[in-house]
Design a binder for this molecule. Structure first.
Ligand code: URA
Length: 251
């Protein structure tokens, strides 16, 4: 679902048919409230999540939902599928059908998946320039080497997309166990990167997206809401990163 922002007077016209000059009058008389405060003016920006009241009567609004799910292996990162269980099928949330995924995880991978009905939030988090870090634990078939660490850090050329991957951090935890940090999400990216070394990925588990971690006690198939800090911190961090990236491009 998109979270389209619009002027308060346009919103009042669309929702209640109140003409512009009438909304001006209502505003001047202090008869309109937005999110429990008196409306500031006709050009105040509102969206589907805004709680607008006219003369004490609340207009229906949508509650924003932000969930983290522990995706088990075998479940599809999609909202609907005729063949496979999807992440939405795992949720018991009353508005689960209105949620969308914030980035995907392969069917064979497990771990953290974020779901929301707030399109602005998910777009901010997934914008390439935001460079939000995604952290994975990866089990590979053959021993990890310094050559792999260096290649991940340098970036790899992906012919299909004609891009050089962003520098990625490969930390060797055990002989065949690594932690990988990416700032982007190319199709099958980690598998393709290890594929260059003919080192198949045996298991891939996402631990973190930006400042949101998978809680150790959240069992596979289970979900829980994000905290208010995780919601606001994620967008602030990604918007800041986006601004910094734009600043670097300009200079
Ligand atoms: N890289 C992959 O190859 N698969 C995932 O699911 C995520 C990152």
């Amino acid at each position: 679902m998109s979270s389209h922002t619009q002027r308060l007077d346009r919103y009042l016209f669309a929702r209640l048919g109140i003409a512009r000059h009438d909304s001006k009058l209502l505003l001047a008389q202090g008869r309109i409230r937005v999110n429990d405060a008196e409306a500031t003016g006709a050009d105040q920006q509102v969206d589907q999540f805004s709680r607008v009241m006219v003369d004490g009567t609340a207009l229906p609004f949508v509650s924003p939902v932000y969930l983290k799910l522990h995706k088990p292996v075998g479940v599809l990162s999609a909202t609907r599928d005729a063949l496979h269980t999807t992440v939405i099928d795992l949720l018991e949330h009353p508005v689960r059908e209105s949620l969308h995924l914030v980035g995907r995880l392969d069917r064979g991978s497990s771990g953290l998946v974020l779901l929301t009905n707030d399109g602005r939030w998910s777009r901010a988090l997934m914008a390439p320039e935001a460079g939000v870090k995604k952290i994975y634990e990866v089990r590979v078939e053959k021993p990890l080497t310094q050559g792999m660490v260096d290649a991940f850090a340098e970036g790899m050329y992906f012919e299909y997309e004609n891009i050089l991957t962003q520098p990625a951090l490969l930390e060797i935890l055990e002989n065949t166990l690594a932690r990988v940090t990416l700032v982007e999400g190319r199709y099958h990216q980690i598998k393709r990167m290890f594929g260059r070394f003919r080192n198949p990925v045996l298991a891939l588990h996402r631990l973190q997206i930006g400042m949101v971690s998978l809680p150790g006690d959240l069992l596979p198939g289970h979900s829980c809401p994000l905290s208010a800090n995780e919601v606001s911190g994620s967008t602030h961090a990604s918007l800041r990163a986006g601004r910094e990236a734009a600043g670097r491009k300009e200079s």
